[in-house]
Design a protein around this ligand. Structure first.
Ligand code: GDG
Length: 740
């Protein structure tokens, strides 16, 4: 069966004039290379320009849909200025390329960015059918996956970022940093060019949204999972092969060879963009020229093809002016009577000419300051068939990871680049060929079509099932109501932090709200219902939060107990030895000192090292290390070592929430036993071997609990509905309570 791909990019690959012509970028090639037997392609995007004449829009739309499989989203001039020139290219682009000094921000741009993302999403939603794959491209549309996922959770969404993803320290500068990464997380698959970009993204998600991830998976709080992958984009290999074999190419190649006879040619091709390192390259060229004598100068020619780009943005206008001034100065200084060293072309060249230039240049000089991938580098290699040129490549281009036999340079080091250029020009042919051949084989094999196929296959395989299944909590509610309605006695064993109450950075701040008090008291007052708070907190803490013994409380994982209606706390662990604490206290203190933001908490039955206020990655790493060390040290002691949520805890093995509950269960014959918790330490409750057990896990982490609820707020709604049903005497209703 054919799968429909709805491909979404900011710009449709068309030029709309009197007629419509399809352009031939890398993305077009990649997608057109997909087998039409397997995939049916629809492309959504802005067609360029801004016409607000509805009749003309309709006509353009008809032509685009019928003849090119493209569906236009028409944008006004104001929208284009705010979304594209403003937010996309003046705000996010510089930041994604580690240039916060170029970042500007205007709240009005953000409005446009959101609206345009929404308009694109709406267009997808108009077209999408169950089973379709949606593939969203690049930084102009970062919010779209989130918008699509919210509106149509069953739709498979992929997102590919064509730029780098910078380190958190850079990305955090953006005023809308959280919204942007949260938008990307709406996708089921997020693709990057390199592992480094993916690593930065994961770290940013952890630091901005607090979401832990595995190497290639991030699970959001609602249970939605985003897979991540490294998919280095390639070139349109068949098109290069075809052109290199054409007579037109041979003609142009010979023209260039004749025109440049006796000269060594150094070629650069790029959009005129400050990320491409044009001014730094000119520094290196100046340095190189300064070392030549007049005769040598005549024998070298630098060709710069700088395609006009984003000309409405101030920084790009300045770059053009600066480049032209620098080129003028260098040419003035180093020209001879017969030639000037730099030929600067500020326009796009024809594709066959581009291939002929690549094929005849002695050196391809590709020195961006940073670049997501850089296809020019790969295209230059693809054209080295007869004439073995040398690729000088910036180590800051994504392509450097694959093209490791290129001559890699640091574009900021002008002297070294100049020196490298001199050496490259002197490299023997054999050596040049030996470097190029394996690179060429790789570039031709892992091309744009391969890239698109592997991304779409991974997207097709992505898991879109949610691990949180709200309906299972509905069943839990129905079971409880049935027991209560049947007059049976019901026990509610409820954890506190992360279950009834949202976690706080400062544990003391997690005071019970009036809503929580009222809920617990209300439930306890019901006939045949016992509420038991089961917490890892000290009994002093619980006493502070709940001074009145309205219901029973188990503190310190089961070591201490206060019965409903009694003020005394009873020690249940009198016969248990805690001598092992002496042994490990010192070690935990060492970790406290060496991990800023962490602290040791001493409880009666346990020692806990908390790391929730540390650097999240450092904290987790230290937690793993500590767990390992403790495991070795405590191998023969009656303790349990657990890594819970932002804690490492050593507890007496003879004390647990499960043991405490078992003890209480002897007192009554319960028709239903509800155990609810969010943490590792609550698993001992879920493991109880009781036929009437109803276990609920709060959150999406793996658990032995049978049912799940997304978060404390949803669990409070669960309790509220139970309470209301009981008060209304509405317990037998077949209609399950709905948990949102
Ligand atoms: C972004 C990322 C990533 C250039 N001049 C002419 C011309 N070109 C073609 C090249 C090449 C393309 O434009 C430029 O692609 P790059 O990859 O080098 O750079 P960006 O435009 O910045 O692209 C980049 C890419 O997305 C893909 O993910 O690699 O890192 O920044 O194909 O051949 N083509 C013609 N005449 C020209 O004068 N015909």
């Amino acid at each position: 069966m054919r799968t429909t791909i709805i491909n979404v990019s900011n710009r449709l690959p068309v030029t709309v004039g009197e007629t419509i012509t399809k352009s031939s970028g890398g993305l077009v090639a990649a997608l057109e290379g997909l087998s039409p037997e397997d995939y049916h392609l629809k492309w959504i995007g802005w067609p360029g320009g801004s016409t607000d004449d509805p009749a003309r829009q309709k006509k353009i739309e008809q032509l685009l849909v019928q003849e090119h499989g493209c569906v236009p989203v028409f944008l006004s001039e104001e929208e284009v200025a705010g979304h594209y020139g403003g937010f996309s290219n003046s705000s996010i682009w510089p930041l994604l390329h580690y240039m916060p000094n170029f970042m500007r921000y205007d709240p009005a741009w953000w409005e446009h960015y959101r609206n345009v993302n929404q308009r694109f999403a709406d267009k997808v939603l108009e077209l999408a059918q169950p089973g379709d794959l949606v593939w969203v491209h690049d930084y102009q549309l970062m919010l779209m996956p989130g918008m699509l996922h919210a509106a149509m959770p069953e739709l498979k969404i992929g997102f590919f970022l064509h730029t780098p993803f910078p380190s958190f320290e850079t990305f955090r500068c953006h005023p809308k940093r959280r919204e942007l990464v949260a938008g990307m997380l709406g996708a089921h698959l997020i693709g990057f060019h390199t592992f480094g970009y993916m690593r930065h993204f994961r770290s940013t998600v952890l630091r901005l949204l607090g979401l832990e991830s595995e190497i290639t998976r991030i699970r959001s709080d609602d249970g939605h999972t985003s897979a991540m992958g490294v998919f280095p984009i390639g070139i349109n290999a068949p098109k290069f092969e075809e052109t290199l074999g054409s007579p037109e190419f041979a003609q142009r190649r010979d023209d260039f060879l004749r025109a440049n006879a006796g000269k060594r040619v150094v070629l650069s091709v790029e959009r005129m963009d400050y990320t491409k390192g044009i001014l730094h390259r000119l520094d290196a060229i100046e340095e190189f020229l300064s070392r030549l004598d007049v005769n040598e100068r005549d024998s070298i020619k630098f060709i710069f093809v700088s395609v006009p780009s984003r000309e409405s943005v101030e920084e790009y206008q300045e770059l053009r002016a600066d480049t032209e001034a620098r080129v003028g100065r260098i040419n003035g200084q180093y020209a001879t009577l017969s030639s000037s060293p730099i030929r600067f072309i500020h326009s796009s060249v024809d594709f066959t000419d581009l291939c002929a230039l690549y094929a005849t240049a002695d050196v391809g000089m590709v020195t961006p300051l940073i670049d997501g991938m850089n296809l020019v580098a790969k295209e230059y290699i693809a054209c080295q068939r007869e004439h073995a040129g040398v690729l000088i490549l910036s180590e800051f281009a994504g392509a450097a990871e694959e093209l490791s036999s290129a001559v890699l340079v640091n574009p900021y080091d002008a002297r070294a680049v100049a020196q490298t250029l001199a050496e490259a020009l002197a490299l023997p042919e054999e050596e040049r060929r030996a470097c190029n051949e394996p690179m060429r084989a790789r570039v031709m094999q892992f091309d744009a079509q391969h890239w698109a196929r592997s991304f779409l296959e991974a997207l097709q395989a992505a898991d879109i099932s949610r691990s949180v299944e709200p309906e299972s909590a509905e069943n839990a509610a129905a079971r409880l109501r049935a027991a209560m309605g049947g007059g049976e006695r019901v026990a509610l064993f409820l954890d506190y932090d992360g279950t009834l109450r949202e976690m706080e950075r400062e544990p003391r701040a997690a005071k019970p709200t009036p809503e929580i008090r009222e809920l617990l008291q209300g439930l306890q007052k019901l006939r045949n219902v016992d509420v038991l708070l089961v917490s890892g907190r000290s009994h002093q803490d619980l006493e502070l939060f709940f001074p009145e013994p309205d219901f029973s409380c188990v503190a310190e994982h089961g070591a201490t107990f206060r019965r409903a209606g009694q003020r005394e706390w009873v020690q249940w662990d009198r016969d248990i030895s805690y001598a092992w604490k002496e042994e490990i206290r010192e070690l935990l203190r060492l970790y406290e000192h060496s991990t800023p933001g962490s602290w040791v908490e001493e409880k009666r039955t346990s020692l806990v090292w908390h790391h929730r206020k540390t650097d999240p990655e450092f904290g987790t790493w230290k937690a793993n290390q500590l767990t390992h060390e403790l495991g070795t040290m405590m191998a023969n002691e009656p303790v349990k070592i657990r890594q819970g949520r932002k804690i490492v805890e050593v507890t007496s093995a003879q004390v647990s929430k499960g043991v405490a509950i078992r003890r209480l269960l002897h007192e009554h014959d319960y028709g239903a036993i509800l155990c609810v918790g969010d943490d590792q330490t609550d698993e001992s409750m879920f493991e109880l071997d009781q036929p009437n057990l109803i276990s609920i896990k709060i959150g999406a982490e793996p658990s032995r609990a049978r049912y799940r609820v997304a978060d404390p707020a949803a669990f409070r709604r669960f309790l509220r509905e139970l309470l209301t049903a009981a008060r209304d005497g509405n317990l037998h209703t077949a209609q399950p309570a709905v948990i949102h």
